[in-house]
Design a protein around this ligand. Structure first.
Ligand code: CS2
Length: 487
């Protein structure tokens, strides 16, 4: 933790901040939730009241608790617009628990009758699933541990099962499980995962969850890069107050939620701009494929081409044209827009968001965990293009760039710090040597990432080998520069 300068006071909860009762336990208290969901909740309570205060849970580390508790869980949310910044002190979070230190306290919070929602931002790897199928990975060490000792859960899924069981045994209603991660049909998928684990624990529990519990699907959107020590120091200098846990985010935000809460009990989110709908799928497809898909494209190609951040990457004309090509020719043609949305207007706005110079979103951060991100961001669009008889060469170049990135060596010959649960396995494909076709085959054989139907497609195989050869020979910027950007 960057130290507090002695001469500066510590940020604290403003004296007039409301003190709502706790209605929500949030698993995975990262920067994203504090810059997105927590702000909406605060606004909803200010507008319509309700006890929707949040207990945040860190599932792994104590660091954020140690930063937030000394400042009464208040933190600065710093909005970075193209014309300057505005500061707000966020106060929806009331306390923070660290699951490995005291799993019982987390279960107690989840099982309290006043808790109506358990929300999650645990990132893709927090779901312990196989991304190609959305099924639970029973070999995952956290799931193995949860089955060995269900009373002391480790994974988010384990906590959900155990806490729901406590409520069932106490004769309480279940809570609504509100996942806010970038996964396809996230609520339905999480429901399936919880039912798989609960089914192994106790068939009655699984039956009760199936009948009584609710897992709305959601689409969440706001660009929130990880906070750095330099951000913390700069903010302290600017405000004269030391905040150990600020968040930095863009002005844009969107939250679309399937209107399906247990007993209809929820904060008045509709009053503060959250869209409540019967079907989140078109919103989710639009966002995961148009935004996250091209974010990953910029992350891999941009990193390889030597651009540190997203805004630096889109300052390169070859990469901007490439992203526009992806939207116009390979992504939008296989999307059904949400009602009243023009996808070309939506993607024009995305380009403006990427170019925001106030946001320093590192390509390296977005490149993380690609093995869990590719299916929903890129592979769905690829499969649908192939079914329509088109070879989406741009999207294949992005997948090839992920392959090259996960080789662990950049175009400059320098090592890449690849963060991915499969990093060793991916690196081993390159270590085996052989032709680029062999390397492509090695990747396509990973069934957790590529469904066999896609992996077997000769156009997929051939296109990837061609794209990888181009990348290895000519580099990312030249390979991306072959795409013109117009339909
Ligand atoms: C990004 C997302 O890190 C990543 O993988 O693509 O966190 C992205 O910034 C958000 O989904 C935007 O809503």
């Amino acid at each position: 933790m960057s130290g507090k300068p002695d001469d500066l006071p510590r940020l604290n909860r403003p004296g007039d901040a409301p003190q709502p009762g706790i209605g929500i336990v949030h698993l995975g208290l990262g920067a994203f939730f504090r810059a997105h969901g927590a702000i909406y909740l605060e606004e909803a309570m200010a507008k319509s009241g309700g006890d929707w205060g949040v207990v945040g849970v860190s599932l792994r580390h104590a660091d954020l608790r140690d930063r937030l508790m000394p400042q009464d869980c208040a933190y600065t949310a710093c909005e970075l617009g193209p014309e300057g910044e505005t500061l707000h002190v966020g106060t929806a979070v009331q306390s923070v628990l660290v699951a490995p230190e005291d799993p019982e306290a987390v279960l107690d919070a989840m099982a309290r009758p006043q808790t109506h929602i358990v929300s999650l931002t645990v990132t893709e790897k927090g779901y312990c699933h196989a991304p190609s199928t959305g099924r639970l990975d029973f070999a995952h060490p956290d799931i193995v541990a949860d089955l060995a000792d269900p009373a002391k859960p480790v994974s988010a899924i384990g906590f959900l099962c155990r806490a729901l069981d406590r409520r069932r045994m106490a004769g309480l209603r279940p809570f609504t499980v509100l996942t806010c991660d970038n996964l396809p049909e996230n609520g339905a998928m999480l429901r399936g995962l919880v039912l798989e684990l609960a089914g192994r624990m106790d068939a009655d529990l699984a039956g009760w969850i199936e009948a009584e519990c609710s897992f709305p699907c959601t689409m969440v959107d706001r660009i929130v890069p990880a906070t750095t020590d330099a951000d913390i120091a700069r903010l302290a200098e600017q405000t004269g107050v030391y905040d150990a846990a600020p968040v930095f985010h863009e002005p844009f935000r969107q939250w679309v939620i399937e209107e399906r809460f247990v007993d209809g009990t929820r904060p008045d989110l509709g009053a503060v701009g959250v869209e409540l709908t019967d079907d989140v799928r078109p919103y989710e497809h639009m966002k995961l494929r148009c935004l996250n898909g091209t974010h990953s494209a910029l992350a891999y190609l941009g990193y390889l081409a030597g651009a540190e951040t997203v805004s630096e990457a889109v300052a390169r004309p070859a990469l901007t044209r490439f992203i526009r090509h992806l939207w116009a020719n390979e992504i939008i043609p296989v999307l059904t827009p949400p009602p009243g949305v023009d996808l070309h207007t939506y993607t024009d706005k995305l380009m403006e968001r990427y170019a925001n110079p106030g946001i320093r979103h590192r390509n390296w951060q977005i490149a993380m965990d690609g093995s869990l991100k590719l299916p929903q961001r890129l592979l769905g669009s690829i499969a649908e293009n192939l079914s329509a008889g088109r070879v989406p060469k741009g999207l294949l170049l992005v997948v090839a760039a992920w392959m090259r990135y996960t080789s662990g060596t950049g175009e400059d010959g320098q090592p890449i710090d690849v963060r991915d649960p499969m990093a060793d396995r991916l690196r081993a494909i390159w270590d085996r040597g052989g032709s680029l076709e062999d390397t492509v085959s090695g990747y396509l054989d990973i069934e957790e990432v590529f469904l066999p139907s896609l992996a077997r497609d000769p156009a997929m195989r051939g296109g990837l080998a061609e794209a990888l050869a181009d990348l290895m020979e000519n580099g990312a910027e030249t390979a991306a520069g072959r795409f013109s950007g117009t339909p």
